[in-house]
Design a protein around this ligand. Structure first.
Ligand SMILES: Nc1ncnc2c1ncn2[C@@H]1O[C@H](COP(=O)(O)OP(=O)(O)OP(=O)(O)O)[C@@H](O)[C@H]1O
Ligand SMILES: [Mg+2]
Length: 232
């Protein structure tokens, strides 16, 4: 069985995730399922643990307790080298704060994940250009990230997360720095791409209009998933 073939259950499942940062318990038993091709919105107040959840589910941070299963693999059981490889091939991550490498041009930033996976520079740059085009920032390809606006940088970061054709994209507030028109453009491009490629998306957002693009929404409260319909 190859990765992604286990259609019976969720593609990615976090169970009882606990993670403390010093004395702050960011996650207190959060459980989330993401099915192949599904777009799931995770909402919740600032500080409710959304970014920490993304870091645990994407294998960037090891939880203190609980488990993350991806395509039948328990991430906590994988050696670091295998986990990094899996992150490179199967996951695309858009972080909430800064992620582009300041010394590289925008085009090279987007091409980098492909080059790390062995694609030659010319091809990687050409694919990167197409992704920048989709997100409306091809005109900025030869700039350094610091020369772009926050919203343009976020779009370039999305292009970089999608360029390798990942199975799962984790997008932490991908429209946080965008006005409503630009948000709509980015979400339309993200949703279209995900649907076309069958990519699952875990979308973190504060914005109800952005969450409306998802198939399903779960809400985090105090580090755990709140029951549906309960808002207090
Ligand atoms: N590296 C860290 N060191 C200390 N505390 C942290 C760290 N990262 C997160 N926290 C704390 O953990 C809690 C959850 O943080 P997290 O970033 O997951 O929240 P969030 O839901 O993503 O918030 P926001 O909507 O503001 O991005 C917060 O109380 C935060 O202060
Ligand atoms: Mg956050």
């Amino acid at each position: 069985m190859s990765i992604g073939d286990n259609t019976a259950g969720p593609l990615l499942a976090g169970r009882g995730l606990v993670k403390a940062h010093g004395r702050t318990e960011a996650l207190r038993g959060a459980s989330v399922d993401l099915r192949a091709g599904e777009i799931l919105a995770v909402t919740g107040a600032s500080g409710s643990g959304k970014s920490t959840l993304v870091h645990c589910l994407s294998g960037i941070v090891r939880p203190d307790a609980g488990s993350v299963t991806y395509a039948g693999l328990r991430l906590e059981e994988l050696p670091e080298k295998r986990l990094s490889e899996l992150r490179r091939t199967d996951f695309g991550v858009v972080f909430q704060f800064g992620q582009l490498i300041p010394e590289l041009t925008v085009l090279d930033n987007v091409a980098l994940p492909l080059m790390l996976a062995g694609t030659d520079r010319g091809r990687a740059r050409s694919a990167a250009g197409e992704w920048l085009e989709r997100f409306g920032v091809r005109g900025q390809a030869e700039l350094r990230p610091g020369e772009m606006s926050g919203g343009q940088a976020q779009r370039a970061a999305l292009a970089r997360a999608l360029v390798t054709g990942p199975k799962v994209v984790f997008a932490d507030e991908p429209t946080g720095a965008l006005d409503s028109l630009a948000s709509e453009q980015v979400m339309t491009a993200l949703v279209h791409t995900a649907r076309e490629a069958g990519t699952a998306v875990l979308l973190i957002t504060h914005d109800a209009q952005v969450a409306a693009y998802a198939d399903r929404e779960v809400q985090l409260r105090d580090g755990a998933v709140a029951p549906l319909g309960v808002t207090a």
